[in-house]
Design a protein around this ligand. Structure first.
Ligand SMILES: Nc1ncnc2c1ncn2[C@@H]1O[C@H](COP(=O)(O)OP(=O)(O)O)[C@@H](O)[C@H]1O
Ligand SMILES: Nc1ccn([C@H]2C[C@H](O)[C@@H](COP(=O)(O)OP(=O)(O)O)O2)c(=O)n1
Length: 376
């Protein structure tokens, strides 16, 4: 038996030797790239005469094929990044900005610093939500708290990561006591409105309230006593006095609550200290400000976008003169407000220079950080 297998092994060795099937190849070293390139080319141009030559050509070709495929994959990822929020969060391009944020203190905390209530009411069917408050004078009543109800969870609630209990019939405490607010800031034309619209399309509990839209609507109202004043401020790129703006925002939030909205994107607000103080005085503790989504883009890009928008927007301030004035106001008055929220670790920065879809993927990731119990 032993003799038999020895003979077999000998035969194989002999066979290899005859056909030159040894593992060693004679040719350029692995790192000799010009030599290997020459051999790789010969694979296509000069047919091998022996197996040894053929193997060398394959070995040389393999080096370039491997680098080519890997390089191609990396290039394609860079040129056509996946539309995934995870890719955006963890892609190599963002490592640098994350590293920087760790030192500048703008990075969001890794772990939750406070308890976040479950938005169970928003997850359940509309009939489980309490009746909304009536439209009341801004000076006397703040934004009505959302219902704090004890309710029986449906399967929809149990499917959500926010639900307190996972059983379909479990009793769940609806925690949110106040409407939640996310301020949306960024320069004129950064794409705030575009992304807010996408959030509201995707998540029905959110309502988009644009301070600029509210002011423009008020200006159109023939019965408004503030119309002329608003018009002149907007044309000059100045910030309208907060008493007017916050009243309109408050009214819009109350209307949204009546329609069952629990989360509000307040777009283009607060734009200066006057806005900050006015919000505190009128809304104050009756709404919970979760954070600020900040869309960052260069002035040149924003100018280009605004001029593009001016073709169809019909806005009195979408012209070069007003745009420049708005930029000046943004730099002088709004940036200090961002710094205030940055110190409170409430700013969630989004690179708005990319395409709409790319920004959207990043916006969703950031929204999850601002409002961790998002159904996203
Ligand atoms: N990521 C983007 N890339 C290119 N154009 C964009 C992007 N986001 C928005 N836009 C366009 O730029 C213009 C301004 O966007 P908008 O959302 O109205 O800005 P904002 O609300 O910040 O003033 C619009 O015409 C919009 O279609
Ligand atoms: N909080 C606010 C928001 C907007 N305004 C006024 C002044 C702004 O130039 C205009 C337009 O604001 P809007 O947010 O609609 O537009 P841009 O972001 O500047 O493109 O409205 C204001 O006075 N106070």
């Amino acid at each position: 038996m032993a003799t038999c297998s020895l003979t077999g092994a000998r035969r194989i060795l002999l066979h290899r030797w005859v056909r030159q099937l040894g593992d060693s190849v004679q040719g350029p070293q692995l790192m000799d790239l010009p030599g290997n390139w020459q051999k790789a080319k010969e694979f296509f141009t000069k047919p091998a005469l022996s197996y040894g030559q053929y193997k060398q050509q394959c070995v040389s070709l393999r080096i370039f094929a491997f680098s080519g495929i890997c390089g191609g994959c990396v290039l394609s990822l860079a040129m056509f990044p996946p539309k995934s929020s995870y890719w955006i969060t963890w892609s190599p391009l963002y490592w640098l900005s994350y590293a920087k944020q760790c030192f500048t203190g703008a990075a969001p905390p890794l772990f939750l610093e406070k308890q976040h209530g479950a938005q169970v009411a928003a997850l359940l069917r509309p009939e489980t939500q309490a009746p909304a408050p009536s439209d009341t004078d801004v000076s006397t009543v703040a934004v009505a708290p959302a219902p704090a109800a004890t309710t029986t969870a449906t399967s929809a609630a149990s499917a959500s990561p926010c639900s307190v209990a996972s059983s379909a019939s479990a009793t769940v405490l609806a925690a949110p006591a106040k409407p939640r607010v996310v301020f949306v800031l960024g320069g004129p034309g950064a794409g705030k409105g575009t992304q807010c619209a996408k959030i509201c399309d995707a998540y029905p509990q959110w309502q988009h309230i644009s301070a600029g839209d509210c002011l423009r609507a008020e200006r159109q109202d023939p019965n408004s006593k503030d119309g002329e004043l608003i018009n002149s401020y907007i044309k000059d790129g100045k910030i309208v006095p907060v008493q007017i703006t916050v009243r309109l925002l408050h009214k819009a939030m109350q209307k949204g609550q009546k329609e069952g909205k629990t989360d509000f994107l307040i777009d283009g607000f607060p734009r200066n200290w006057d806005n900050v103080n006015g919000w505190e005085e009128v809304i104050g503790d009756s709404a919970e400000v979760m954070g600020v989504l900040f869309f960052e883009a260069s002035l040149a890009e924003m100018e280009k976008r605004l001029l593009g928008r001016s073709v169809t927007s019909g806005r009195v301030d979408d012209n070069l003169e007003s745009i420049r004035k708005r930029f000046a106001t943004y730099e002088k008055e709004t940036k200090p407000i961002l710094e205030k929220y940055q110190k409170e670790h409430k700013v969630f920065k989004i690179d708005a220079m990319q395409s709409v879809d790319f920004v959207w993927a990043h916006t969703q990731t950031k929204l999850r950080e601002v409002v961790p119990c998002q159904q996203v």
